[in-house]
Design a protein around this ligand. Structure first.
Ligand code: FAD
Length: 313
């Protein structure tokens, strides 16, 4: 019978929604137990949120000043110690998890299973390959712990309403000093987080300039959406890299995705495969984006967006 440990992703005492998605993936294993590890300087707030996720058995808190910032090299030896009691250790396939989980796998001497999108058995999983154009079934060795990242776009958050016990644990692990926290450079924005937003408006090369992107930001604010961009828009310097959606950017699954002035290159579409309703605004009726859009508006974005905004009142 499986026992799953999930490494919680959190920042400033707020649990990231990706943790509840990992719980959903863990539930698909019908395991004996699902525990969540919260490693932090002060894990109390994130642990409380983790305990409320349905299906969670225990929340293990590892309070250590060294865990103030999520440094993979510092967290990994601690999680590797905790892993001894588990058949599976899951983390989200966000930047956090993609950084941390391979370190844990390396310390345990096993190969990581990446990007789980479906669970077929305790050691058999489906994951995307070739930028999401094919799905492969992979089998992990049954005699080793499974260290895996969970493709957040493929799983809904496990429900709220749980009441797991919270236990403080001490982990004896040698922490490396070669990787230090220097600083966090993050965009300052009140908008929803791109990776977990229910609505996203993205702009492409068609927007034309950094100044013109204001029209995208204004429309997104009107409908309470996060803002994304194509790689062409990022490469042209219209917006920062962290906003890129696609194969080499963020893989997202909002309920509503509005692509504005984006042609629909396969590498962009990879990032929105699991989106609910896709709306495309493009002046070229033959643009590839219309092949996958649920709703298409052929027109000049500088005319269509203000009209839409006005219609929304
Ligand atoms: P374009 O293809 O130039 O399209 C601009 C669109 O805007 C056109 O369809 C045009 O009709 C429309 N338009 C212009 N003016 C207006 C207007 N006034 N009103 C309405 N519509 C207008 N791309 C990504 O997005 N994300 C990735 O992660 C990514 N990873 C990649 C990885 C690799 C290895 C490679 C090779 C490429 C990758 N790309 C990625 C790049 C991708 O191939 C495309 O080049 C890119 O997505 C194109 O961006 P775009 O649609 O904004 O630009």
């Amino acid at each position: 019978m499986s026992k799953v440990l999930i490494v919680a992703e959190h920042l400033d005492g707020q649990l990231n929604a990706s943790t509840a998605k990992c719980v959903a993936a863990a539930q698909a294993l019908s395991p004996e137990a699902i525990d969540i590890a919260v490693l932090a300087a002060d894990p109390a707030a994130a642990a409380e949120q983790a305990a409320r996720i349905e299906g969670v058995t225990r929340v293990l808190t590892v309070a250590n000043a060294a865990n103030e910032h999520a440094i993979a090299q510092v967290l990994a030896p601690q999680v590797a110690k905790l892993a001894a009691d588990y058949s599976h250790v899951f983390g989200p396939s966000t930047t956090f998890g993609k950084d941390l989980m391979p370190c844990i796998a390396a310390l345990l001497g096993v190969a990581q299973v990446s990007d789980i999108m479906a669970v077929e058995g305790s050691h058999t999983f489906k994951r995307p390959i070739y930028a999401g154009n094919a799905i492969i079934t992979v089998e992990a060795p049954a005699d080793q712990p499974v260290i895996a990242t969970v493709r957040t776009a493929s799983w809904s958050e496990a429900a709220q309403g749980g009441d797991a016990t919270i236990e403080a644990v001490t982990v004896e692990a040698e922490l490396p000093g070669h990787t230090r926290y220097v600083g966090l450079a993050a965009g300052d924005s009140d908008r929803p987080d791109l990776q977990s937003a229910k609505r996203v408006v993205s702009g492409g090369r068609g927007v034309g300039s950094s100044e013109n992107f204001k029209i995208i930001f204004d429309f997104a604010d009107k409908i309470g959406a996060a803002v994304g961009a194509s790689r062409a828009a990022v490469d042209a310097g219209y917006v920062p890299n962290e906003m890129q959606v696609g194969q080499t950017g963020k893989i997202i699954a909002p309920e509503l995705y509005i692509a504005v002035g984006i042609s629909g290159a396969i590498q962009h579409l990879t990032g929105i495969k699991d989106a609910g309703t896709i709306v495309a605004i493009n002046k070229d009726a033959d643009s590839a984006i219309f092949e996958i859009a649920d709703i298409g508006l052929v027109g000049d974005l500088f005319k269509v967006l203000p009209e839409l905004e006005q219609a929304l009142g």
